[in-house]
Design a protein around this ligand. Structure first.
Ligand code: BG6
Ligand code: MG
Length: 212
């Protein structure tokens, strides 16, 4: 029996995945690295530093020091935060807000399970900070998806066993993390195209047909 739903943030609750893309594209252009939306799909769910390593797979310049890599990741985050600063509650669809409140009305506990260190900032910008029973994010983990840590922590915060949790994700890495945690999985967006989750959905309100 499922008691709890753990939502990824970027690309599920808010479409900040497009801002991640714009910010990484800017870094890629500065370094003369080829980068497109298909490559960007590999960055979904993955930590900032791991994203940089994926981006650098196509870098042909001289080897970069750890300090230079940190500076690049920090610059990407600065570009990203500039884009986040313009977010408003209007950036969350009625469908997302209605689905979250209906799940709560049905008695489910709901949590965020995001690799992002910006999760709380985003939730505050869109006025969803109080909409969840727990928030597990990039600030409380050592290993990002596909490692299950962020979801296991979310289950702990909710005080629920992992096998009673269902994960909603747009990233393949996130679906694999949910499975590794022993949780049920629902894929939306990019992750739904690989058919690796227990359920593929096209819109968030489809959850209401799965979680009765
Ligand atoms: C995930 C995104 O939610 O957070 C990844 O899908 C991103 O693309 C990761 O790299 C880390 O985000 P941040 O905001 O801490 O750089
Ligand atoms: Mg995501």
């Amino acid at each position: 029996m499922i008691t709890s739903v753990i939502f990824d943030l970027d690309g599920v609750i808010v479409f900040t995945d497009k801002f991640h893309y714009i910010a990484w594209k800017k870094i890629a252009d500065e370094l003369g690295i080829y980068f497109d939306e298909t490559l960007n799909n590999r960055l979904r769910g993955v930590s900032r530093m791991d994203c940089l390593e994926i981006l650098l797979e196509n870098y042909t310049g001289r080897a970069l020091s750890d300090g230079e890599k940190i500076a690049l990741a920090t610059r990407k985050n600065d570009y990203y935060r500039e884009l986040l600063a313009g977010m408003t509650p209007g950036d969350v669809s009625d469908s997302v807000r209605d689905t979250l409140s209906e799940l709560r009305r049905r008695g489910y506990l709901i949590s965020i399970g995001s690799s992002s260190k910006n999760a709380k900032f985003i939730l505050e910008k869109v006025k969803l900070a109080d909409a969840f029973d727990a928030i597990s994010d990039g600030n409380n983990i050592d290993n990002s998806k596909p490692n299950p840590e962020v979801f296991v922590k979310a289950a702990n915060y909710l005080n629920q066993p992992c096998n009673r949790c269902l994960v909603v994700e747009d990233a393949e890495a996130g679906i694999n993390a949910g499975k590794a945690a022993g949780m049920a999985t629902v894929a939306i967006g990019d992750a739904a195209t690989s058919h690796i989750a227990d359920h593929d959905i096209t819109q968030i309100s489809d959850l209401l047909g799965i979680l009765l």
